[in-house]
Design a protein. Structure first.
Length: 227
């Protein structure tokens, strides 16, 4: 099976190929240059790996939450490539991807991902590891740092830039983190791990049905919003 992974929800662009179980990964800091650089980077990765675009079986993409522009660019590229060669796609939460990376690199099995959204709002999700892959126990959401959901007891680690609000969030969570890591990026290796499992579980969809996950629309649904 040949799978391409594309993650552009942050200032980094992480691309990966999994060819019959072997992973090739390429990560580059692009800042605001995703739109100009992503297609040449994909072409280069495929060429260097000796893989024709038409030989792909699946494309996995980071669906967010994250940069509005980055997510739109990734979605457009994924839809164009996948539709053009007739392959399905699987979208993976950027927060889940970060949690999977923490597990892969450090072995932690209870992970709270919190990335800065705006002001004191955070993109938040809590994950546990089962059979080597992260699963959410608190679904991704947009919360005030002081209103994140209570967690069950455990040896939790916190990752992501929003842990600048550590004291505030720990009060809401009902316990202290064993460790925190502020600078975290999602990587294609972890996107591939989760995407291939998603494909096996039947999560693949037609590329034209793919959508980003902004989470910001939840703001409009808060009591009193817009009044």
């Amino acid at each position: 099976m040949k799978v391409l992974a594309i993650e552009t929800s942050t200032t980094a662009c992480s691309l990966g190929l999994r060819i019959d179980g072997e992973t090739i990964e390429q990560s580059t800091q692009l800042g605001r240059n995703h739109s100009r650089e992503i297609l040449p980077l994909i072409s280069s990765l495929l060429a260097d790996s000796g893989v024709d675009l038409r030989a792909l079986d699946l494309i996995v993409y980071g669906k967010g939450p994250g940069s509005f522009t980055g997510l739109r660019i990734a979605l457009g590229v994924v839809q164009g490539l996948a539709y053009g060669v007739g392959v399905p796609v699987v979208g993976i939460s950027t927060l889940a991807c970060c949690a999977q990376g923490r597990y892969r690199l450090f072995g932690d099995e209870q992970i709270v991902v919190a990335q800065t959204a705006r002001l004191t709002e955070v993109f938040f999700g809590a994950y546990v590891v089962k059979q080597g892959l992260v699963e959410p126990i608190v679904a991704d959401g947009l919360f005030e740092a002081a209103e994140v959901p209570l967690l069950p007891a455990g040896r939790w680690v916190g990752i992501g830039g929003a842990w600048q609000f550590r004291e505030t969030m720990e009060v809401a969570l009902g316990g202290k983190m064993v460790d925190t890591q502020l600078e975290v990026f999602p990587y294609a290796h972890d996107l591939l791990d989760l995407g291939v499992q998603g494909y096996a579980s039947g999560d693949a969809i037609n590329p034209m049905l793919a959508t980003p996950e902004y989470l910001r629309e939840q703001v409009a649904n808060k009591p009193g919003a817009g009044s």
